[in-house]
Design a protein. Structure first.
Ligand code: AR6
Length: 170
């Protein structure tokens, strides 16, 4: 099933929450900053280990760490694209960020997963266009594979919340 809520993803109890990270995996502002702040230093330590092993995380890919002190067991760090007008493969890269997060979740036995609205903050992806991609991609994955029981879209602003409510109702 898919649901949408308005709230702070760091407060969500789920097997995993997704972080809208950057390619360095070293943290930043927005939801990334909030997750590292609430989750404590173990998350960054694992991110640094991953970075030392594979040199960070490419746009559209995903890696997994502990949830540290968060209510969630794992954090899946993915990197959405920076919006550059729409002709730089942004739609596919955003869909890949969702797909690869879902895949790494399923590979780690995650049954309940929460997503923020990836790329719609600092990275400036148009919210309506990002919401269509997010809902479509998650729906397809759940229909096709079925390993994950519940995906929650956690919106931080009412504009995104209303967009997702409308898309999920349709
Ligand atoms: N819970 C849920 N959603 C949140 C929270 C929160 N606590 N805080 C912000 N959001 P952004 P991006 C929403 O900018 O656009 C970072 O510096 C926010 O309102 O966090 O993918 C990274 O290190 C927006 O809808 O991520 C990267 O450098 C959504 O989360 C860069 O920003 C995403 O906004 C990534 O940019």
């Amino acid at each position: 099933m898919i649901e949408v809520i308005l709230g702070d993803i760091t407060k969500i109890t789920a097997d995993a929450i997704v972080n809208a990270a950057n390619t360095s995996l070293l943290g930043g502002g927005g939801v990334d900053g909030a997750i590292h702040k609430a989750g404590g230093p173990d998350i960054l330590e694992e991110c640094i280990a991953i970075r030392n092993r594979q040199g960070g995380c490419k746009v559209g890919e995903a890696v997994i760490t502990t949830g540290g002190e968060l209510p969630a067991k794992f954090v899946i760090h993915t990197v959405g694209p920076v919006w550059n007008g729409g002709k730089k493969n942004e739609d596919i890269l955003l869909a890949n960020a969702y797909i690869n997060s879902l895949k790494i979740a399923a590979d780690n036995g995650v049954k309940t997963l929460a997503f923020p609205n990836i790329s719609t903050g600092v990275y400036r992806f148009p919210k309506d266009r990002a919401a269509v991609i997010a809902v479509h991609t998650v729906r397809e994955f759940l229909n096709e594979f079925g390993e994950i029981d519940k995906v929650t879209f956690v919106c931080f602003d009412t504009e995104n919340f209303e967009l997702y409510q409308a898309l999920l109702a349709g």
